[in-house]
Design a protein around this ligand. Structure first.
Ligand code: AQP
Length: 325
């Protein structure tokens, strides 16, 4: 079984990225052949600073490793290092209808968020993501809920291509966690926790204890004071209960019982403690890795070499089927 997934180096990796994706990657490494990528070509579809991007790519690699991605088991690399991604993107663009791209929720949301820079890359983003996935003959794509639509499109494009030119691609399936597939922003529980919404919306994997405490204590909650899971009526506290449950291993029911009759403040104080303790090993590992820059670069170089072999092999089949040889 081949597993593929990635994250954009658009800022600090947060607990939403972790609970929705990375945590499951770490588990999947034990039983599947995994390819994990830092999708820098996706990150440049929104406004960015080149120097910052370079730093974010490195920081994202450190986040993967600190959170438990094992370079001995999994392939880890930076997308732009393998030209086959952009080549396949162009070819698949001739198979994908424009209408399918225009109805993608992420395109609609990001083009509202970045009104002044709605570029063709932002619209074509899902084709590049399809190319990323299909290049590695991926069976499973573990992602958060927001990426479900894109993976569905990748399946459709794979099917269309195979029908028109003959079978080359595996049709990938998404794997979405039952709980934690969409962690909401701390400062606005109606919106998804997101790197580009800014640090007040998220807790980074590497936030210091003081920051964690401050962000949790000021997280938006709902009227009333009951600790009860009800995402419609109480989106704020329900989101915090989900986070608490996933980091502590206690069920939401048990937490509701434990905190019965106690107020939000008590609950938040306890959640902050859980988060500070749970994220401590990540902070420690990151500090170690920051002092080993050459080692991290070598992991990425080795990953590129391994991924390149897989990507090049798929492209031979694609070119042949499309009459491009
Ligand atoms: N809030 C979230 N809850 C659960 N899963 C999430 N993911 C992202 N946010 C949440 C999952 O993390 C993986 C990497 O996402 P990405 O960096 O490729 O882009 P994204 O989904 O757009 O993530 P962000 O943090 O919201 O980044 P920006 O702000 O740059 O757009 C994916 O599997 C995603 O589902």
């Amino acid at each position: 079984m081949r597993v593929f997934s990635g994250i954009q180096p658009t800022g600090a990796i947060h607990i939403g990225n972790y609970l929705g994706a990375i945590k499951h990657w770490v588990e999947l490494q034990k039983k599947a052949e995994c390819v994990f990528v830092i999708v820098d070509l996706h990150a440049i579809t929104i406004p960015y600073q080149p120097e910052e991007l370079k730093k974010n790519i490195f920081d994202t690699a450190i986040a993967y490793l600190a959170a438990g991605i094992d370079p001995e088991k999994s392939i880890l690399f930076v997308q732009s290092q393998i030209k086959e991604h952009t080549e396949l993107c162009w070819l698949l663009g001739t198979v994908c209808p424009v209408g399918d791209l225009l109805r993608m929720t992420q395109y609609k949301e990001k083009s509202k968020q970045f009104k002044r820079m709605i570029n063709a890359g932002l619209l074509n983003y899902p084709i590049l993501q399809t190319a990323d996935i299909l290049l590695y003959q991926t069976d499973i794509v573990p992602v958060g809920k927001d990426q479900l639509q894109h993976v569905e499109l990748a399946r459709t494009i794979a099917r269309k291509f195979n029908q028109r030119f003959g079978k080359v691609f595996v049709e990938p399936k998404s794997q979405i966690p039952k709980i934690g597939a969409k962690i909401m922003a701390l400062n606005n529980p109606k919106k998804k926790m997101s790197k580009t919404l800014g640090p007040k919306s998220y807790i980074s994997l590497f936030d210091e204890p003081d920051e964690i405490k401050k962000k949790v204590m000021t997280a938006v909650t709902d009227p009333g004071k009951q600790i009860k899971y009800d995402p419609q009526k109480k989106p704020g506290i329900s989101n915090l209960l989900t986070i608490y449950s996933l980091f502590s291993g206690k069920s939401i029911k048990k937490l509701e019982k434990d905190f019965k009759g106690r107020g939000y403040e008590d609950f938040k104080r306890s959640l902050a403690k859980v988060l500070i303790n749970s994220l401590e090993p990540f902070r420690r590992k990151r500090k170690e890795l920051l002092a080993r820059e050459v080692y991290v670069e070598e992991i990425l170089n080795q990953g590129t070499k391994r991924a390149k072999i897989l990507a090049a092999s798929t492209m031979i089949g694609v070119r042949k089927k499309m009459g491009l040889v």
